[in-house]
Design a protein around this ligand. Sequence first.
Ligand code: UDP
Ligand code: MN
Length: 320
Amino acid sequence: MKLRQYQRVAQYEINRQRFKKIMKELSNNSTRITNSADTEHLPSRQNFDNECKVLEKLDGQIPINNVLLCDEAIHFLKTFHSDVEDGGHWRSNNCSRHALIIIIPYRDRQQHLCILLRYIIPMLKRQHIEFRIIVAEQAGNETFNKGKLMNAAFIESTKLFSGHCVVFHDVDLIPEDDRNIYPCPWQPTHLSVAIDEMNYRLQYEMLVGGVLAMRKEQFETVNGFSNEFWGWGGEDDDMAYRIKLAGLRILRPPKNIARYKMLRHKKQVPAKWNSRIKLLSGVNKRFLLDGLNNANYSVEKLTRHKFYTHILINVGKQPL
Ligand code: UDP
Ligand code: MN
């Protein structure tokens, strides 16, 4: 067996053993999802400042222009943030304590992407975080499959870059407060707690959609996202169950800083409710076999743009 294949199988076995234990613990009801006030393990502003003495003062609230045009956004970035290296990589000369990969699932939302880059790049620099920005675009016109796209982007970007933390980031969510620090703490962290469209309220306790930060090994442990959710909805709830089944917890920063503006777009057609529920209800049997370890896709193109690395990915077609 080729070494690569062997390593995958070995990793799978390790996960399987881990899960046996976890399922046992679960049946004893020992895991729980934390509530939104549970922020004890997020990096505190004070610690961050102490270790990173040069940290510029964070501004708090960020005023957002949600109708900014692409040209304006890119002009701004080229003028004030030309120190970002090609491919969308930046690290501070003085103190980048964390290295993260931001994965943005994408298709046909160019203006949103420009606006997100316009705000997120300066914010991450103020936070003194080393980052790489990956735009994962689904090739073609087949039904969107966000979960598979993000799995593919994870596999490809970890081949290219180091970094212990991955942030899965919807293209249309713009952070409104730079005190919402991005690196991954010890548990998966749901960063988009309060969204303007949802009246700045968390919709439900198991929600992890929008902006989710996970350490690489945590993402591997849950076998990534499901590849089976075609069309809108479901893959994020499936991830929440994976996290729970793995005995991990979901942390959330306080809702007064984890605030986002959602940019306007046409609503996607939701996938059929029945098929989503059917898939979700089988998550505990399915998730070891459906995820990172069987994501079949091909990379059509990889381009290093100035402010991001673009990976065009073919995720195939929804089975009939
Ligand atoms: N997305 C995209 N193009 C599409 C559909 C989805 O780029 O045609 C990506 C994008 O990152 C978006 C995310 O998938 O923010 C979630 O989809 P959408 O915004 O349609 O769902 P919502 O969260 O608004 O219900
Ligand atoms: Mn949206």
